[in-house]
Design a protein. Structure first.
Length: 617
């Protein structure tokens, strides 16, 4: 007997992308069911680096207290010649707040622990269900939506009807390979970064030698502790080793106390008769052989290799790395995210991160379709805007991957030699100590310049809102500013800035036909540059960007970045999407009214993002 049920959204795949999708939908009170074919979490740590605003997104979805149990924040990405034993010829500082998001720019995690933490949040949610051991079999369309057939963990046939099917089941998953390739011609294709190469990827667990277990080693006579030995042989942060020699990517990941190490190296002449483990030992042994202690003093009896019996190989096998993106991201209401939509080489940590971005930026659009009755053409238009933005996002991720990949796989170019030497000189000049990070400019620009998008180009939309710490006028509590974008009723946020007037904003909304589920007078936020500029007579809670005095803020953090993304005080109002992107910046009430009309036009399925504006008032 087939069990039938119904839910608005079915997500196929319970990896990071699928779990993020469920949590992002739950944030907007949209119910979903995640079907994962594996009965338990795969304990093989696959992706190890979570990059950029993916960290910010997971903070926003509630993954805050669990971070120390999942991994650690790297402070530098180091580029060496031949081996990580050598002094890096370039180190990229990743601890600076160059993305203007207040939380870490990257995270070296253990993927099974990340998935377990996300699944735990899913289990606590009333809006999402995760079912393991459920293998999807078929998809059929009908008058009431799509019916998804699957076999559950008890090997029983089940069916579930939904309005949306999200394929988050990887590059070989059933949603794209079986439901969309033949029927809709959707397949992954070569994209902006052409790379194909076979690498051997290994995960190692490192145990500490001690005077009791390894009394013959010379470390103890040099006064070294087991922890100092570990730090000497397995240095902190992340390391790319460039030619001469095989390109290599390696480093610690996960919580420090786990002592796990990822080691990947190029093996472009790979043949199936090769032994990956044998190649690993051949490659890594010179790197974990030292002739000096932690103070640079030579070992009396010559070089010493880290004891092989203290190294456990968790996994060691070849992988073919490539970059591909789908030619189309959706068909009807079947949508692809994560590895089902795109794959990357591991040089930029963009694989999992891009899937998290896909989910975060899609979820509120699905919530929009659930809360506002939209014509079929309007729903398609919203998916088109998402696909255009994500295609740009995939290109940005590929560009960063290409930058790191070029540095890792090739000998240093003349251009990069000039760049790093200029940067070294600038670091010695007071008050001008660094070149702007190219990623900070890309992050601030957001989706500006992309056509057919969900923002108003004519009103300065498309940029990304910075995240800072906020101080409230009534309680004095300090919190991350992204919390201001969470509402019980509306999807978008109307922010009243320094020269704006809250009552004017309320009047503009009430005089329009905009649905409260999009913009609500009750969800208007007042943010002023200085806390004292908010009049206590208004009895309205206001917020001001601030800093922290407990030493936890990242280097380069500045509350002023919030205003720099909002026109530095030249605007009275801002409309912001729930995924941190700016919909419109307005100078006065009249422009606000025009922006509301433009928003309603987009909801009606018209492309109002780049229509010629009325003269600015």
């Amino acid at each position: 007997m087939v069990t039938m049920e119904q839910t608005p959204v079915v997500v196929v795949g319970g990896g990071p992308s699928g779990l993020t999708m469920g949590l992002a939908l739950a944030k907007h009170k949209v119910h979903s069911t995640i079907l994962e074919k594996e009965p338990t979490i795969d304990q093989d740590p696959r992706g190890v680096f979570l990059n950029g605003d993916a960290v910010r997104i997971l903070y926003d979805l509630g993954l805050v207290e669990q971070w120390p149990e999942i991994g650690h924040e790297p402070k530098k990405i180091n580029f060496h010649r031949t081996t990580f034993k050598k002094r890096p010829f370039y180190s990229m500082d990743t601890s600076d707040d160059f993305l203007s998001q207040a939380v870490p720019n990257g995270f070296l995690h253990v993927q099974p622990k990340l998935e377990a933490a996300l699944a735990n949040l899913i289990h606590k949610s009333e809006y999402c269900t995760l079912r393991r051991g459920c293998a999807v079999q078929d998809r059929k369309s009908g008058d009431s939506g799509m019916t998804i057939s699957y076999r559950n963990e008890s090997d029983a046939d089940c069916s579930i009807t939904c309005n949306w099917l999200i394929g988050a089941d990887g590059k070989r998953g059933i949603v794209r390979k079986h439901f969309l390739e033949a029927s809709a011609g959707i397949r992954q294709q070569d994209s902006s970064y052409r790379y194909d190469g076979t690498w051997v990827a290994a995960n190692l667990r490192i145990n500490l030698p001690t005077p009791n277990t390894h009394p013959q080693l010379p470390f103890w006579s040099h006064g070294m502790s087991p922890e100092q030995v570990f730090n000497l042989y397995w240095p902190k942060d992340w390391h790319f080793c460039t030619p001469p020699g095989k390109p290599t990517a390696c480093g610690r990941f996960g919580p420090f106390e786990d002592r796990v190490w990822r080691h990947e190296f190029a093996e472009h002449g790979w043949r199936d008769d090769m032994d990956a483990t044998e190649l690993l030992w051949e490659h890594i042994t010179p790197m974990i052989t030292h002739d000096r202690d932690h103070h640079g003093e030579r070992f009396k009896d010559g070089p010493v290799t880290y004891p092989q019996d203290c190294i456990t190989i968790i996994r060691c096998r070849p992988f073919t790395f490539t970059h591909k993106v789908v030619n189309k991201w959706f068909d009807g209401r079947t949508v692809l995210i994560g590895d089902a939509a795109h794959v990357y080489p591991p040089f930029g940590g963009e694989g999992i991160a891009s899937g998290i971005r896909d989910a975060h930026q899609l979820a509120w659009r699905i919530a929009l379709s659930q809360s506002c009755p939209l014509r079929v053409s309007a729903v398609k238009q919203q998916l088109n805007t998402w696909a255009e933005e994500r295609r740009k996002g995939a290109k940005n991720a590929a560009d960063f991957t290409k930058l790191n990949g070029t540095l890792c796989n090739e000998e240093e170019t003349w251009g990069f030699w000039v760049f790093r030497n200029v940067e070294s000189v600038l670091k010695m000049i007071p008050f001008f100590s660094y070149l702007p990070n190219p990623r900070s400019m890309t992050e601030a620009k957001g989706y500006q310049g992309v056509k057919g998008v969900f923002f108003l180009t004519r009103f300065g939309g498309g940029g990304k809102l910075a995240q800072v710490y906020m101080d409230s006028t009534d309680s004095g509590n300090v919190f991350l500013s992204d919390h201001l974008l969470r509402h019980e009723q509306s999807l978008l946020t109307l922010i009243v800035l320094d020269t704006g007037n809250r009552e004017e904003a309320i009047t503009a909304l009430k005089s329009s036909d905009i649905s409260p589920s999009m913009l609500s007078p009750e969800d208007i936020i007042v943010v002023k540059n200085k806390k004292h500029t908010i009049s206590p007579q208004t009895h309205v809670t206001g917020y001001s960007p601030t800093s922290l005095s407990d030493g936890t803020i990242p280097n380069g953090y500045s509350p002023a970045t919030y205003w720099s993304r909002l026109g530095k005080g030249s605007y009275a109002y801002a409309i912001v999407r729930p995924d941190f992107y700016i919909f419109a910046l307005l100078r006065n009430k009249e422009e606000l009214e025009h922006a509301i009309v433009g928003l309603m036009g987009i909801l009606a399925g018209r492309d109002n993002s780049s229509v010629s504006p009325r003269a600015r008032l």
